[in-house]
Design a protein around this ligand. Sequence first.
Ligand SMILES: NC(=O)c1ccc[n+]([C@@H]2O[C@H](COP(=O)([O-])OP(=O)(O)OC[C@H]3O[C@@H](n4cnc5c(N)ncnc54)[C@H](O)[C@@H]3O)[C@@H](O)[C@H]2O)c1
Length: 312
Amino acid sequence: MRRILVTGGLGQIGSELVPYLRDKYGYENVIVADIREPGEDVGPFVKLDVRREEDIIKVIRENDIDTIYHLAAILSARGEQNPQLAFDVNIRGLYAILEAGRKTGVERIMVPSSIAAFGPETPKNNTPNDTILKPRTMYGISKVTGELLGLYYWEKYGLDVRGVRYPGIISWKAPPGGGTTDYAVEMFYYALKGEKYTCFLREDAVLPMMYMPDAIKAITMLAEAPSENLIHRTDFNIQAMSFSPRELEEEIKKYVDFEVEYRPDYRQKIADSWPRSLDDSAARREWGWKPDYDLQAMVKDMIENLRRKLGV
Ligand SMILES: NC(=O)c1ccc[n+]([C@@H]2O[C@H](COP(=O)([O-])OP(=O)(O)OC[C@H]3O[C@@H](n4cnc5c(N)ncnc54)[C@H](O)[C@@H]3O)[C@@H](O)[C@H]2O)c1
């Protein structure tokens, strides 16, 4: 049986990962940690700033934690507005988690990376797993740092750090936290409320995306993969679907009348430095990765769930 701590557990991914882990490992065995207070009852919870190593060590010891899903982070768009905060939380915070994990003998730490680890020189189509990593955003720099530090702690200390490079994640339960692909979630809300949407990316900005059930499937499959099968550890490409804002708009229009205006802002520059699609053969080979949702299946499920949630 595992005792799991989920940092940043109130965020977009944590809100859906935590119920999944509680179903699998037991309600009381999964503890949510976040810097903000929950707005509702979220079960076992601790308020924790991941930059404070002593506090992390205390939480690990008091709760007998053996596995950490480290989701606390400042995302790409927010990170470009406050790069100092992104460095502090994403790099200093990760270092504190790794050190706390090493000192207390934690067995496994899952640390999501991102397609933001790539940069303008990276091949854009079917991007290889092992390729040029020269990101120009503080967020991307923190993700490459995380991949390398995770590998270092594994090889030097046997602390089993693993991670996938998430693309843009689409979901309906919790709002996204300030990324460059947030437009994809916002579009659904505006469409279903019958409001015009102004998109902050260009209509032809193709990016890799993933529906939340696949994001949860990926990180939990990798967490449980036999160690001896893994050649990579902290840097797996995973691909599910790639589309442009215009293609998403057209797919949503199969369900509702909808108007979108395209007015790219500073986030377009971030998107321009990211790949359009990823070669995920390493993840497929080493731990059996396979997505369940393409664009059509995702849009159908999003519309059904959001209609119910919003009562429209
Ligand atoms: N959502 C995506 O599209 C996406 C894509 C690629 C990678 N990722 C990665 O997945 C992970 C989780 O992302 P998410 O979308 O759930 O992010 P999110 O912004 O929705 O949630 C992050 C959570 O971290 C918390 N947090 C911020 N600073 C903290 C601190 N100092 N101490 C403790 N908690 C703190 C926030 O309160 C928030 O609840 C991150 O590492 C992110 O980089 C997400």
